[in-house]
Design a protein around this ligand. Structure first.
Ligand code: ATP
Length: 884
């Protein structure tokens, strides 16, 4: 409403108002007479200069400060205001830190000390059971006297005021503020409350007269209110525009302004706040100061005041009562519907589930059930308690796969199952299903390799994110059970993969999202995953954004990149959506190393490479005349494997980076592999170190130091043969083998660059294995060798039990058997002649370039493989082997 006042009128009104305030402060100070003493913490006197530091939420403090800045304010008045301010400061502390804390500690001492305590109940007179209408014309209307306050700008004539003098009784007041009124409460303007909180609150406890403004004719309004002498006195002294504001400064009066107006036309009249969940049982109200609000708070049995945060909190069971009491013009943002739904049991005081019950997993293969570690079993229980819809956000390497398979198997009757995963791990998923669920028949997994494949061909269908978005026609068929591996790949709602997946997820009965890093930088990234698990929680992104992303309107639209109410979001997630354990939480249940075989995507291997490898295998299957020829053939096969794997290896490393993995080590043997990885890292501006045979020893330590202590260094690219010993790289807890090696000792030593003193975590080891390559023979051989070493107590770690790899054996066809035997013979039977010799040959051939190599100083053998290939040793060695 526009005032239409001249500047002079405004100034006079303001002056009058200041005077009224000053008078009131004086009167209240006299009433106190220095006798009301509040026990509690010593209140620090605030200097005027310090006011600017006060928190914004205390609107009344701002208000007072404005006045003090008013050059028209009399000096005398200033001193009152200063007094009021000091009182406010003292009482603010009392109302909160002291007032509430003393519920526990000072109420007893009060009696003993004779110190007066702050009243703890809201007056009954806040109700509307008796209305007294008084008008400026002085007509009394029966029981209802109308105070017609004239036009908004007029001055009230003192003598004309007639009042109904009947006072509301305790009984008439009913049992509480808005309970009786059933309508919105008007709580005081913070300015008034702040100006003399202590005395005001004290009086308020005994009697509060509640009223409201209503329109009366064209340009007038009335105040409907019960009798209140203080109010009448005030009305007589001030200009009408200031009535409501001034009235609300009286602690014994509550007047709701005209609809659409704030009291006295001031925006500060509203007391604004918001409710936030702070634990599974409690919520907090963050609100501007108001004595009445505190009065309401004190009616709640479960109230608690936090001295540090200066905030009030309550049990959720008080939420309905409190939200009923705190109504306009107390504007309190309620708890989101998602929170109310999730914590309905606590709100309704029914007992809430604290322990997750053990699910009956008798329908699931016993192999997987008995293999679950205790925390994994808890994860499965959590999922089943939530009807198979969850985000499993365990740290990397904690076995999300086994848990997801177990959860999905619990709902086996609802299969076919869809698994959506990064393309590099699709085959690893297929292997894992067969490993953990031996009851599955061999043909029950269907790995989709092209957009033309049938998405529902088998009981278990595994597809990459990218292919899923290309199979839109088939997406019409729904799956009841869906697993999404690395679900943060869906964080951007605009991507094709997300748009393809979301309808599927919303339609499915069970949704199992897996991610070690569900959000990497901001809550906005969680929205799609929350919507996938609980579509009803936040049907609109905007409401989620407002609550948790500190959404801000910008000239170009809404900015959701911030964060807000994170404690509440965390509790909500943990209660209804997500289970997340960090490695450190479950370290005692974990083995020191967790090895995993990753079957890389075969599409990464070109048709040409496949043909070359097939030709090599065919030749090998025929056998050779001498051992030397056998060795040479094997090494050639190994070289070809390296070439073939490059693309898939690089893809896997990029996926690890996309997941936001911390530092990790990548070991490879061939120079072309390391070169390709490094080239890609450079392209993507990923900081890394590289240590291979050409790295001078003087530089190795400084590179290691850089990797260990610089946050920026993400990847260490290492030569299997030149960097498997003597280096400490424990800043990483993930080791990736881009290539296999026939000597498990070398692999274990390489793993131990991360798994060594200084390592506080369990180390994850990923072996990248490509089908149709030398890996088909190397991998089972490595497993076998490590098993033997472990059984003989010669290896600290083995692949059994928790670190066991997938069963990955060459198919029992005669050709493969021959090649496998060839590998076994060459690399196992005669270790001195094979493993070390082959390894050292390469190093020896180029030791002149490799002064710091771990292999330096080893008795050299000639690089017989190379020489028999009739190529220049140095050239081939440099081209092939990264040790050089
Ligand atoms: N209970 C278990 N018994 C045996 N092996 C296990 C168990 N839990 C996990 N593992 C093994 O630990 C390794 C890591 O598990 P998995 O790949 O499921 O972890 P993850 O949490 O999915 O990690 P990432 O986030 O890297 O994908 C795998 O080799 C897996 O087989």
């Amino acid at each position: 409403m526009s005032s239409g006042l001249t500047e002079e009128q405004k100034r006079r009104i303001e002056e009058n108002r200041q005077k009224a305030l000053a008078r009131r402060a004086e009167r209240l100070a006299a009433q106190r007479g220095g006798q009301v003493v509040i026990a509690g913490p010593q209140v620090k006197e605030q200097s005027p200069g310090s006011r600017g530091d006060l928190k914004e939420e205390y609107n009344h403090v701002r208000f007072i400060t404005q006045r003090q800045q008013n050059p028209n304010s009399p000096a005398e008045q200033k001193s009152y205001l200063q007094k009021d301010y000091d009182h406010y400061t003292a009482n603010q502390q009392m109302a909160g830190s002291h007032g509430e804390q003393q519920k526990n500690c000072s109420e007893d001492s009060e009696q003993a000390s004779g110190i007066k305590r702050f009243p703890t109940t809201i007056p009954n007179s806040l109700s509307y059971s008796h209305k007294h209408y008084v008008n400026a014309g002085g007509q009394e209307h029966g029981q209802q006297a109308l105070i017609n306050l004239g036009t908004f700008h007029a001055t009230l004539s003192d003598s004309e005021m007639l009042m109904n003098t009947s006072r509301p009784t305790e009984r008439e007041g009913g049992g509480g503020a808005s309970q009786a009124s059933g309508r919105m409460q008007k709580l005081t303007n913070s300015a008034g409350a702040g100006s003399n909180f202590e005395a005001a609150s004290y009086k308020k406890a005994n009697s509060v007269t509640k009223g409201e403004c209503v329109k009366y004719g064209e340009d007038r309004f009335q105040v409907k209110i019960g009798y209140n002498a203080e109010l009448i006195a005030l009305f007589k002294k001030i200009p009408s525009k200031s009535y409501v504001e001034a009235a609300n400064q009286l602690s014994s009066v509550v007047v709701a302004p005209l609809e659409g107006e704030n009291a006295g036309g001031l925006t500060s009249a509203l007391v604004k706040g918001r409710c936030m969940l702070i634990s599974r049982l409690r919520f907090e109200v963050d609100i501007g100061y108001s004595s009445e609000v505190i009065g309401v708070f004190k009616q709640m049995d479960s109230r608690n005041y936090d001295m540090n945060t200066r905030k009030w909190s309550f049990l959720l069971e008080d939420y309905p009562k409190l939200s009923e009491y705190l109504r306009f013009p107390v504007e309190v943002e309620p708890l989101p519907e998602a929170v109310i739904q999730t914590f309905a049991a606590q709100i309704q005081r029914s007992t809430s589930q604290t322990d997750i019950p053990d699910a009956d997993l008798s329908v699931v293969d016993s192999k997987i059930v008995t293999s679950l570690m205790p925390f994994q079993r808890e994860g499965v229980n959590f999922a089943i308690l939530r009807n198979g819809r969850l985000l499993l956000a365990d740290d990397m390497g904690l076995g999300k796969t086994i848990q997801a398979i177990c959860i999905a198997a619990y709902y086996r009757k609802e299969w076919p199952l869809l698994v959506v995963a990064p393309s590099s791990v699709r085959f690893t998923w297929a292997e894992a299903f067969h490993r953990w669920l031996p009851s599955l028949s061999p043909g029950s997994t269907n790995v989709i390799v092209s957009g033309k494949d049938n998405l529902t061909a088998s009981l278990i269908n595994i597809v990459s994110f990218d292919l899923l978005s290309k199979m839109d026609k088939q997406l019409k068929s729904t799956f009841q059970v869906v697993i999404i591996d690395e679900s943060h790949f869906l964080k951007n709602i605009k991507t094709a993969r997300c748009q393809a997946a979301m309808p599927l997820l919303k339609a499915a009965r069970r949704v199992i999202l897996l991610s070690g890093t569900p959000a990497m930088s901001r809550p906005a990234e969680l929205y799609t995953q929350i919507a996938a698990v609980q579509p009803a929680f936040f049907p609109h992104y905007h409401s989620f954004g407002l609550r948790y992303c500190d959404a801000k309107k910008m000239p170009w639209g809404w900015d959701y990149s911030g964060s807000s109410n994170l404690t509440e979001l965390k509790i909500l997630l943990e209660e209804a959506i997500m289970i997340r354990r960090l490695k450190s939480d479950v370290l005692s249940q974990l083995p020191a190393k967790q090895r995993k075989m990753v079957v890389v995507a075969p599409e990464g291997i070109s048709a040409k490479s496949k043909a070359v490898l097939a030709a090599e295998a065919k030749r090998m299957a025929k056998g050779y005349g001498s051992k030397q020829q056998e060795k040479e053939a094997l090494l050639l096969f190994y070289n070809r494997t390296a070439e073939a794997k490059i693309h898939s290896v690089v893809e896997y490393i990029l996926e690890l980076l996309e997941r936001g993995n911390d530092k990790f080590l990548v070991f490879g043997h061939h120079k072309i592999v390391l070169d390709a990885i490094v080239a890609e890292l450079k392209k993507k501006h990923v900081e890394h170190i590289r240590i291979d045979g050409s790295t001078p020893s003087a530089e190795r330590q400084s590179l290691c130091h850089k990797f260990q202590f610089s946050e920026k260094q993400v990847v260490a690219v290492l030569s299997l043969t030149a960097a498997n010993m003597g280096l400490t790289l424990s800043a990483a807890d993930l080791v990736v083998f881009a290539e296999l090696f026939w000597n498990p000792g070398v692999l274990i030593q390489a793993e131990d660059r991360a798994h060594r003193i200084g390592q506080t975590s369990s180390v994850n080891v990923h072996y990248l294995v490509a089908r149709g390559t030398a890996d088909d023979y190397l991998w089972p051989m490595i497993q076998e060798k490590i098993k033997v070493l472990g059984e003989a107590g010669l290896s600290e770690t083995n692949f059994s039990k928790t670190a066991e790899s997938t069963n990955y054996c060459p198919k029992p066809d005669p050709k493969q058997k021959t090649i496998y035997d060839l590998f076994q013979r060459t690399f196992s039977e005669n270790r001195d002649d094979a493993d070390e010799v082959l390894l050292l040959e390469a190093a020896d051939a180029c030791s002149e370039f490799d002064s710091g190599s771990a292999l330096q100083g080893t008795e050299g053998n000639t690089c017989s493989v190379i020489s028999t290939l009739k190529l220049s040793r140095a050239t081939v060695c440099q081209e092939v082997c990264s040790a050089c």
